[in-house]
Design a protein around this ligand. Structure first.
Ligand code: F3S
Length: 106
C-alpha cells in the first residue's frame, strides 16, 4: 500500500486524488490520507504529489513508519476526496518544513 506522510500536513496539494483509480484518498482539515484497505498499489499517485509526501509502505523513512497506522486510522473517520481543490494559500511555505506532525488537525 501507499502512505501519505508528514510533508502533506499543511501542504495538501490534492493532485494525488485526481489519479487514484479506486478513490482511496480521505480528507482531513489539513492533510489527506490513503485507506490501506482500498489502495491497490497502482503507484500512480506517488509522482503526482508536489511535496513528495506519498511513499510506498516499503519505503517509509525512519521515524515515519507510524504513518501507515495513522493513514489506516484517520481514513476511517475522514470523507473521501476525489476532486482536486485549491491548496492552502501558504502551502508552498510549509513544503519541507520539519515537525509538522504536531500541527496535524483531526
Ligand atoms: Fe498531500 Fe501531496 Fe496529495 S501534499 S494532498 S499527498 S498531492
Amino acid at each position: 500500500t501507499y502512505v501519505v506522510t508528514e510533508n502533506c500536513i499543511k501542504c495538501k496539494y490534492t493532485d494525488c486524488v485526481e489519479v487514484c483509480p479506486v478513490d482511496c484518498f480521505h480528507e482531513g482539515p489539513n492533510m489527506l490520507v490513503i485507506d490501506p484497505e482500498e489502495c491497490i498499489d497502482c503507484t500512480l499517485c506517488e509522482p503526482e504529489c508536489p511535496a513528495e509526501a506519498i511513499l510506498s509502505e516499503d519505503d517509509l523513512p525512519e521515524g515515519q513508519e507510524h504513518f501507515l497506522e495513522l493513514n489506516e486510522e484517520l481514513s476511517q473517520d475522514w470523507p473521501v476526496l476525489t476532486e482536486k481543490k485549491e491548496p492552502p494559500e501558504d502551502a508552498d511555505d510549509w513544503d519541507g518544513k520539519p515537525g509538522k506532525l504536531d500541527m496535524l488537525e483531526r
